[in-house]
Design a protein around this ligand. Structure first.
Ligand SMILES: O=C(O)CCC(=O)C(=O)O
Ligand SMILES: [Fe+2]
Length: 196
């Protein structure tokens, strides 16, 4: 009997451990860590602009411009090392992706606070495909009643968030006092591009 089945089955949230092999995930982690132009993004927090506690880079098609936490991000070009992954994810999820937010959590002090990925340019029911590389970190979901679900996201794990899951849940990657190595997370998104 799978005792954890009930607690891990959340509509619109699909965790596939080991979606990438350990070898593929390690190669991608090393390649991205060494070549992405990592920067500190400024985000809005309690009405003020502050440095986010992690390194980030917005990557995507030229026209996939994104407004996030009070800032407009013009994407940097897709690195070729993501070409086949992008195609594989689109086939897996049945949807195209034109951009990816890459985040590098250098150690347990780096984190991401509670938020929803519900910007208007993602459309009504966005599908966000999140790939984890490197150190295992705890990912939390919280509903309107404050009920929490925790998942350990490990090297090569894929987590997709779809349907109305952004409306029903906030999510976060909390800090940890444990000694953890660096982690890269890629959230593949499809931004609806305005042509007018
Ligand atoms: O690092 C993670 O697993 C979460 C990242 C995230 O929520 C985001 O990029 O919007
Ligand atoms: Fe998010």
């Amino acid at each position: 009997m799978d005792l954890f089945a009930a607690s891990t089955t959340i509509p619109g949230i699909d965790h596939r451990p080991g979606w990438l092999s350990w070898e593929e995930a390690d190669a991608l982690f090393n390649g991205l860590r060494d070549t992405v132009e990592w920067e500190v993004h400024r985000i809005r927090m309690f009405g003020r602009m502050v440095d986010s506690p992690r390194l980030s880079c917005w990557l995507g098609d030229e026209d996939a411009v994104y407004r996030y936490s009070g800032t407009i991000f013009e994407p940097r070009p897709w690195p070729t090392m993501l070409d086949s992954l992008r195609a594989r994810l689109a086939a897996e999820c049945g949807r195209p992706f034109n951009s990816v937010l890459a985040n590098l959590y250098r150690d347990g002090r780096d984190a991401m606070g509670w938020h929803r990925d519900d910007e208007p340019e993602l459309g009504d029911a966005p599908l966000i495909a999140s790939l984890s590389l490197g150190a295992t970190r705890r990912f939390l979901l919280k509903d309107a009643q404050g009920r929490r679900h925790a998942m350990e996201l490990a090297n090569g794990d894929l987590l997709s968030m779809s349907g109305d899951s952004q409306r029903r849940y906030r999510h976060a990657l909390p800090r940890t006092a444990k000694a953890v190595g660096p982690r890269i997370n890629l959230t593949f998104r499809n931004i609806f591009v305005h042509t007018t």
